[in-house]
Design a protein around this ligand. Structure first.
Ligand code: AMP
Ligand code: FE
Ligand code: FE
Ligand code: ZN
Length: 279
């Protein structure tokens, strides 16, 4: 059983990488891709624990990029841990995340909501900081009842303390990943997955489309897989697990979404081609 989209405390997940792997093993998974936002920081720990637990860990991450409609998430697989161009790029994205966290805290302060950048960075514990960390501090401080409410009231899209990311172009990230031998897939497109958008993304160097995801029901996942196949794109899928759901929308347990072995083999085939060519 394979899950190609999982998060840990290296970004905004609830479980440490080791714990993620143990939970994955418990759910019957034999392959996971650890795809934290803008970091490979959890991959070493997960890989090591995976060896003991019988879970193969694919080194991945989830980039945020600028699509025609706004922010899009782009999954990347088979990233070499020693590629300095990739590492530098990710470090830059994480630095921008810290700046953005400070801007969110300032915006919240203007709304009379008291919290500090330090509290948010402590919540992220050295990992890639994101809105969920801000949300958890807001809950702890008693400003909102739960994480969902924090997004709804303050930091969700179009809410008063929402701060957009400074996003790289799709082509910049696909070129970076492909040059390192990696493979990319456009994450949880939902209604944005159309013949036209998929063709455009492929023109921008995207290799695959995430068909199976908690945001897509079974019928939609099948439609997206079909659109991807017609466009000559690869297919991926996964739970996008961030920990046990606590009243958050579009969350699913580990093991509830799995991908066919053939999808992984196609990804590996492209990865091998790119590596053989020396990146
Ligand atoms: P960021 O990358 O900082 O913009 O944070 C985005 C992350 O916040 C996503 O990857 C999800 O993990 C989480 N998220 C987004 N929307 C919500 C929501 N409405 N409730 C809870 N978590 C959310
Ligand atoms: Fe996330
Ligand atoms: Fe995402
Ligand atoms: Zn994700």
């Amino acid at each position: 059983m394979i899950d190609l989209h999982v998060h840990s405390t290296a970004s905004d997940g609830a479980c440490a990488p080791a714990e993620v792997v143990r939970r994955a093993a418990g759910a019957g998974l034999t392959v996971i891709a650890l795809t934290d936002h803008d970091t490979l920081g959890g991959v070493d720990e997960a890989t090591e624990v995976g060896r003991a637990e019988g879970v193969r860990v694919i080194a991945g991450c989830e980039f945020s990029v600028r699509a025609g409609w706004g922010e899009m998430h782009l999954l990347a697989y088979f990233l070499p841990p020693d590629d300095s161009a990739v590492m530098d790029f990710l470090e830059d994205q994480r630095a921008k995340r810290r700046t953005r966290a400070a801007r969110m805290v300032a915006a919240l302060g203007r709304l009379g909501v008291d919290l500090t950048v330090d509290e948010v960075l402590t919540e992220a514990d050295g990992g890639a900081v994101g809105r969920p960390h801000v949300a958890r501090v807001l809950v702890r401080r008693g400003h909102v009842d739960d994480v969902s409410a924090a997004f709804r009231r303050y930091i969700g899209w179009r809410r008063p303390a929402f701060v957009p990311k400074d996003l790289p172009a799709v082509e910049e990230v696909t070129a970076l990943v492909a040059r390192a031998g990696g493979v990319t897939s456009a994450a949880h497109l939902g209604d944005r997955a159309t013949r036209r958008s998929i063709a455009r993304l492929m023109g921008q160097g995207v290799d695959g489309i995430e068909a199976r995801h908690p945001l897509h029901d079974g019928v939609r996942a099948e439609q997206i897989a079909q659109l991807a196949a017609e466009a000559g794109a690869l297919c991926t899928g996964g739970t996008d697990w961030h920990g046990d759901p606590v009243g958050e929308p579009n969350r699913a347990p580990l093991g509830s979404i799995v991908v066919p072995q053939a999808w992984l083999e196609a990804l590996e085939g492209l990865h091998r081609q790119r590596s053989d060519r020396g990146g």
